[in-house]
Design a binder for this molecule. Sequence first.
Ligand SMILES: Cc1cc2nc3c(=O)[nH]c(=O)nc-3n(C[C@H](O)[C@H](O)[C@H](O)COP(=O)(O)OP(=O)(O)OC[C@H]3O[C@@H](n4cnc5c(N)ncnc54)[C@H](O)[C@@H]3O)c2cc1C
Length: 432
Amino acid sequence: MSPYGRKKSPSILIAGAGIGGLTTALSLHAAGLDDVLLVEACPNLRAVGAGINLQPAAVRELTELGLAEALEKVAVATARLEYHHRYGGLIWSEPRGRAAGYNWPQYSVHRAHLQDILLSAVRERLGPEALVTGGRLVRYEQDRGQGRPTVRAYVAGRPGPFSCDLLIGADGINSAVRATMYPHEGPPLGNGICMWRGVTEGSAFLDGRTMVIVGCNARVKAVAYPVTPPDGSGRCLLNWVVESRTGDGLDEEDARGGADWDRAAPPEEVLAHLRGWRSDFLDLHGIIAGAPRIGRYPMIDRDPLPGWTDDRVVLLGDAAHPLYPTGSNGASQAVVDARVLAYELAHHDVDEALSRYEAARRPQTTRLLAAHRRLEPDPVLRQVESLAPDGFLDIRHVLPEDSLDGIKSCTRQVTGVDATALNARSSWSVAV
Ligand SMILES: Cc1cc2nc3c(=O)[nH]c(=O)nc-3n(C[C@H](O)[C@H](O)[C@H](O)COP(=O)(O)OP(=O)(O)OC[C@H]3O[C@@H](n4cnc5c(N)ncnc54)[C@H](O)[C@@H]3O)c2cc1C
């Protein structure tokens, strides 16, 4: 039961209606805190982005928010992760989701489908007036004197600020809330890897539920997985990413654009990195050539912060801890943040809740950030490339099995929670 009671619950403004902001609104509402307003910069929430993965820890939270059925209809329950040589040979295979012992699946899903599910639930449960679109938050101020502190959030083009008891910055990697909290931080940090991404209609490959990472030298890699269940003729949407180290940091255009998810690239630019690659189970070249649109993005993150809270302002999701996409974990961590924050706010006053939220989430996401930066599989993949540049039939003829431990420990470290711990943990749902 909320310590505020329904009438006294704090007024909460969430900046950003991405995966993190929308899940936060739903989690607060489910915890009995429904004086919530979302302010989103985009004038209309269009279907943007490509494939996203939801790790079992996040699927558990979305299930407890009553969204399991909707998710199951649009997503693919990923059962395996495999690493393959660029000539097709299998290097490593491991079970994922339920197949790895979790009580919840891992889902591969189109970001637009996930956002639609969350957005419809917000509109249905909190009402259409809970979301203001076309409202870019530019900065906040707060009264730090005696009495009940108030936050004033300034939104571009609005004459006056929004006043609230708590401002949650869920406004992504280029967060204006974070920039107000840490005005000298500067742009995101690039590691010199460029990613091209797209979604192409194609035939399901392998068992239709496998994510493959192909290429396997440390310079160029490709990732592919289905993000919709196959239709009657085995067709589905395939998400793919090709990444290549093109420099040491951000080029000028990327630095200016931050993480712009909307820069287009022609297929030839991508295919040039995959000359000579072949595989008998996946027509990577065909999938890339057939993509209706290819987006080009730098691989970026930010250094961990010493704190996420400034009195009555707090950061969440990518605004707090942007991660490289290599662990397929950014959206999942935003979902977990949302649930923990709502749980703590329902059980404690705001100051105590924010401090408990940060204590629960900041050390864990700082560890994850470091694990994502280590790009742990790369040394193993480099070794395979140098020992078997022309490919192989059986990886055991190239490397002893324990040489693959780097990959095993990497996937454990980037997902952050093992099946036994997740299955045993008590729920963050609040009895209201
Ligand atoms: C358009 C878009 C497409 C993406 N596509 C992919 C993808 O294909 N694959 C993938 O793995 N990850 C993708 N991501 C990133 C992924 O969604 C996030 O890493 C993850 O879900 C964490 O979510 P988040 O809500 O913290 O941040 P985000 O998903 O980045 O959401 C932040 C939200 O805040 C809004 N916003 C930004 N600034 C302000 C402001 N000043 N005031 C108000 N609102 C603001 C943004 O428009 C956005 O809706 C995408 C993100 C975006 C914004």
